[in-house]
Design a protein around this ligand. Structure first.
Ligand code: ZN
Length: 192
């Protein structure tokens, strides 16, 4: 496992559950790092219990259904109390899924430009198939109303496509032919 990917996976977990305590995150991380999460099928995971974290059962089953996670620990004697919470078995599964996603391959192309006004257009028939993330940095604010930016576009897809795009940078409009090549997803997430 890569440290950088783990950090990102934890960061995403924190963003999704901003009200959860440090110890909740820590317990989820321990479960994940100890490799207790196994994928059973697309929507089901088996999480090995850890006595040091107070688990009473050797395994727990986490399911994802109708946009919600359910854990078999909800059905235990503590179930009524736990039902309203998201247990750390679920949090460990979310970490596992975040990590797996970050570690997966995507196909991407990068465009760097420096301009005051900018716009990138992807053909409408590719919307949904092709995604774009943009990172913008002001590099010259001498003219406060029209600062100059360094813009990085990452155009990516789950398939190796060739994408025709239109790029406007100030007065200049260009047609680009972008070949999306294989990279890892976390590289794109780092730009968010
Ligand atoms: Zn649980």
């Amino acid at each position: 496992m890569s440290r950088e990917l783990i950090d990102l996976a934890v960061e995403r977990l924190r963003e999704d559950f901003p009200n959860k305590s440090k110890s909740w995150i820590r317990r989820a991380l321990i479960r994940f790092m100890k490799g207790t999460v196994k994928e059973f099928n697309e929507n089901t995971w088996v999480v090995k219990g850890l006595t040091e974290l107070g688990d009473r059962y050797p395994t727990y089953v986490v399911r994802f259904k109708d946009g919600r996670y359910y854990c078999s620990c909800f059905e235990s004697s503590w179930g009524l109390r736990r039902k309203s919470e998201i247990c750390t078995h679920i949090a460990a599964v979310i970490l596992y899924r975040n990590y797996k996603r970050l570690d997966s391959d995507v196909y991407a192309s990068v465009v760097n430009i420096e301009c005051v006004d900018y716009y990138l257009e992807i053909p409408s028939e590719l919307r949904g198939k092709v995604k774009v993330v943009k990172s913008v940095k002001v590099i010259d604010a001498t003219d406060k109303l029209n600062p100059r930016h360094r813009v990085t576009y990452v155009i990516y897809s789950s398939e190796p496509l060739e994408v025709r795009a239109k790029l406007a940078c100030d007065g200049d409009v260009r047609e680009l032919s972008l070949k999306l090549t294989r990279t890892r997803r976390y590289i794109i997430e780092l730009l968010r």
